[in-house]
Design a protein around this ligand. Structure first.
Ligand SMILES: Cc1cc2nc3c(=O)[nH]c(=O)nc-3n(C[C@H](O)[C@H](O)[C@H](O)COP(=O)(O)O)c2cc1C
Ligand SMILES: [Mn+2]
Length: 451
């Protein structure tokens, strides 16, 4: 399978031509891109991939909304939509290590020294109140300072100067840990920020696992072949050879800069904070590079993150409760789980498994297998009719969560809760649900009564 963004775009055009829109008219990168994505979704009920050919202030075209459809994300993994979870789980279970190659299209243009200028890139401002232009589709690639452990993740960048950005590192996440180790040694952390990739690479970057698990091998498993990597010009960091663009950089030790406000996936515009500083040493890109944007806080962002998070949580619950049926992340910090409980206590075990397996999840609701977790009304019904709050709610205090949750008292220090909305002592022994007797249901045909 080709591992570049362009081949995937060709696939989208072939599969469903209406899923790809080229915009020839000039667009202002300040707010207009977000406005068009959101209006298309709300008013026209459409979520196509958008390629803006003419963007004010830059020669780079902008691609956005790539990930705003489950079917497109499934296609990126060569899977039908109904097999998304299974496909992602099998990639986690059978990773394919990357391989190093000597060159690739990402090296067609190499800019160093004075030729590095982040203001040549599209200066995309997403929402009212944002502190300035942000790069939202950069995937970080970095090596642990003292071990042969590699990490990839999405990290947003606020453009601050020709060769400087800030970076948001969630406290306790892997790149944050790498940077803290480097900082304690007084060293910068070499990092590459990769923009414009095949969505299998995007999905792999969001795999959740322990710090020594290599996201690049999940990317390979999703691509169906080893990810091809080339060495950076200014460091030993390895980057995808077929990417559109790479910012070769380092995160500085003992430097912080104001970042934000920024409109986040939580639905809030979070205020200014002190964040780490990135010094960009080189930019490499394809000759006719496409600059990728993620329409932050909308489906392009949310659907992409949900698949890897749900897969990780499903795996974690399955390790404790073999009869887990479904896991859904319906919104920020929230997880719904359905299980076929065999013995009392398994719902509580499912709650503990979820809270133990993900930093961000703050509320877990566990329901029986007769409740569809993809239907919010059914989950609410189960909470209302199978849960006694004094008995069935578990509260964990003072744990680490998202530093983007505006309800936390300190940055990311938060309580978490689990709601056991399963029937007790068991579904079989619970007050029965009403229904028409099955034999009557089977023999009653609408066409016998209505024309
Ligand atoms: C579009 C997008 C933007 C993101 N921005 C950030 C960010 O700025 N900082 C951050 O810590 N995580 C961000 N994330 C989430 C992380 O990439 C995700 O939690 C990842 O799994 C962390 O990697 P790790 O488990 O290897 O630490 C973003 C995710 C997406 C999809
Ligand atoms: Mn990691």
């Amino acid at each position: 399978m080709a591992q570049d963004l362009r081949s995937y775009l060709d696939l989208v055009k072939r599969r469903k031509p209406g899923d790809f829109e080229i915009v020839a008219r000039e667009v202002d990168p300040a707010y207009e891109i977000t406005a068009l994505v959101v209006k298309l979704e709300r008013e026209a009920k459409r979520r196509p991939v958008l390629l803006f050919e003419k963007v004010k202030g830059t020669r780079f075209p902008v691609l956005t909304n790539l990930h705003a459809s489950r079917a497109r994300l499934a296609a990126a993994m060569s899977a039908p939509p109904e097999d998304t979870l299974r496909t992602y789980l099998s990639a986690m279970e059978k990773p394919v290590p990357p391989k190093v190659v000597t060159g690739g299209p990402v090296k067609e243009v190499v800019l160093t020294g004075d030729r590095v200028n982040l203001y040549d890139l599209p200066q995309i401002v997403h929402h009212e109140g944002d502190a300035g232009p942000y790069v939202t589709a950069a995937i970080s690639f970095a090596k642990a300072p003292t071990a042969d452990i590699w990490n990839s993740a999405y990290n947003r960048l606020q453009i601050k100067a020709r060769d400087t950005t800030s970076i948001h590192l969630t406290t306790g996440k892997h790149l944050w840990e790498f940077h803290r180790i480097a900082e304690a040694r007084g060293e910068p952390l070499p990092v590459a920020l990769v923009i414009g990739v095949h969505p299998a690479i995007a999905l792999g970057a969001l795999a959740i696992g322990s710090i020594d698990e290599d996201e690049r091998a999940i990317m390979g498993a999703l691509l169906g072949e080893p990810l091809e990597l080339v060495r950076c010009e200014t460091s030993d960091v390895l980057v995808p050879a077929h990417a559109e663009m790479v910012l070769e950089a380092e995160i500085l030790p003992r430097a912080r800069t104001p970042e934000g406000p920024f409109g986040e996936f939580t639905g809030y515009s979070l205020g200014e904070r002190q964040r780490e500083v990135v010094h960009v040493r080189a930019i490499t890109h394809r000759r006719d590079a496409i600059f990728q944007d993620i329409t932050v806080a909308h489906l392009d962002h949310l659907l992409l993150s949900t698949i890897p998070i749900e897969a990780n949580l499903y795996r974690a619950v399955r390790a404790m409760v073999p009869t887990v049926r479904a896991v859904r992340v319906p919104g920020p910090f929230t997880c719904f789980v359905s299980i076929e409980a065999r013995v009392p206590g398994q719902a509580k075990n499912a709650i503990l498994a979820v809270l133990g397996a993900d930093l961000y999840v703050k509320r877990v609701v566990v329901v029986d297998h007769d409740v569809d977790v993809f239907d919010d009304r059914q989950v609410n019904w189960a909470i209302a009719t199978r849960c006694q709050p004094d008995r069935d709610i578990t509260v964990i205090t003072q744990a680490r969560g998202s530093d983007l949750d505006p309800s936390t008292r300190e940055d990311g220090l938060t309580a978490k809760w689990g709601v056991d909305a399963t029937a007790k002592p068991s579904l079989a022994a619970y007050t029965p649900r009403h229904r028409v007797p099955p034999d009557v249901w089977r023999r009653t045909n609408l066409k016998d009564f209505f024309a």
